[in-house]
Design a protein around this ligand. Structure first.
Ligand code: PEP
Length: 253
């Protein structure tokens, strides 16, 4: 059975509650009737509940951009998996490169967050990808290998059913520089091969691998035509219903 394409919008630290609700309202209209693609939006924490209410009855899924692994307690500023479930989240983005770069996220903390999310039956969008320096030094595959081994440590076949991997080369995020479809496909093929080595062919064939890094309505089709690219994690272009809905409707482009 083929993998269902999955397009997710990472809004990062953008949109007030009112702006977020307006955006999903517009988005619902812009993608109504689209079939054969799963869609998620990841607003900031403050807008999650209001967006959840606005999404009532809509097939668009709600995602959060991070979580903390403890259930509750003295962890000022953190948000737990249970709290995110309560406000309607289905997916959690974990290990985004901005969290790794600016907030000290490591493979080990990524792993703890992934396990905590899965333990609450949340699904995970697990982000990996190399920096420009690492690519130029020929370390692209070894970096991805380290991130996968560390981030997925201790997870079994059953748990992998709730994981989506997002390959996001750091040099392509928010820079307007997209990986070519061939560069992205090469990385995705590597990831799928690695999944097969860690788990099994069945697990690796079932897992969706999104590409992320300056995806736009102009380049999405070329990327989605690649056999191992199963979706996109979209930053900048997800902030407007017009561009995000075109990406969701990539089959019609
Ligand atoms: C992202 O934040 O995951 C991302 C891919 O951003 P952009 O599309 O803006 O490059």
């Amino acid at each position: 059975m083929g993998r269902l394409p999955f397009i997710a919008g990472n809004w990062k630290m953008n949109k007030t509650v009112r702006e977020a609700v307006d955006l999903v309202r517009e988005l619902k209209a812009a993608i109504s009737g689209v079939k054969g693609v799963e869609v998620a939006v990841a607003p900031p924490f403050t807008a999650l509940y209001a967006v959840h209410e606005e999404l009532e009855g809509s097939p668009i899924c709600l995602a959060a951009q991070n979580l903390f692994w403890e259930e509750k307690g003295a962890f000022t500023g953190e948000v737990s998996p249970v709290m995110l479930k309560e406000v309607g989240c289905l997916y959690i983005i974990i290990g985004h490169s901005e969290r790794r770069q600016f907030f000290g996220e490591t493979d080990e903390t990524v792993n703890r967050r992934i396990k905590a999310a899965l333990a609450q039956s949340l699904k995970v969008i697990f982000c990996i990808g190399e920096t420009l320096k690492e690519r130029e030094e020929g370390k692209t595959f070894s970096v991805m290998e380290r991130q996968m081994e560390g981030g997925l440590k201790g997870l079994g076949d059953q748990e992998m059913r709730n994981i989506v991997i997002a390959y996001e080369p750091v040099w392509a995020i928010g820079t307007g520089k997209t990986a070519t479809p061939e560069q992205a496909e090469e990385a995705h093929r590597f990831i799928r091969g690695k999944l097969e080595r860690i788990y099994s062919r069945e697990v690796s064939e079932g897992i969706r691998i999104q590409y992320g890094g300056s995806v736009t309505p102009e380049n999405v089709k070329g990327l989605m035509n690649q056999p191992n690219i199963d979706g996109a994690l979209v930053g900048g272009a997800s902030l407007k219903a017009e561009s995000f809905s075109k990406i969701v409707r990539f089959k019609e482009l």
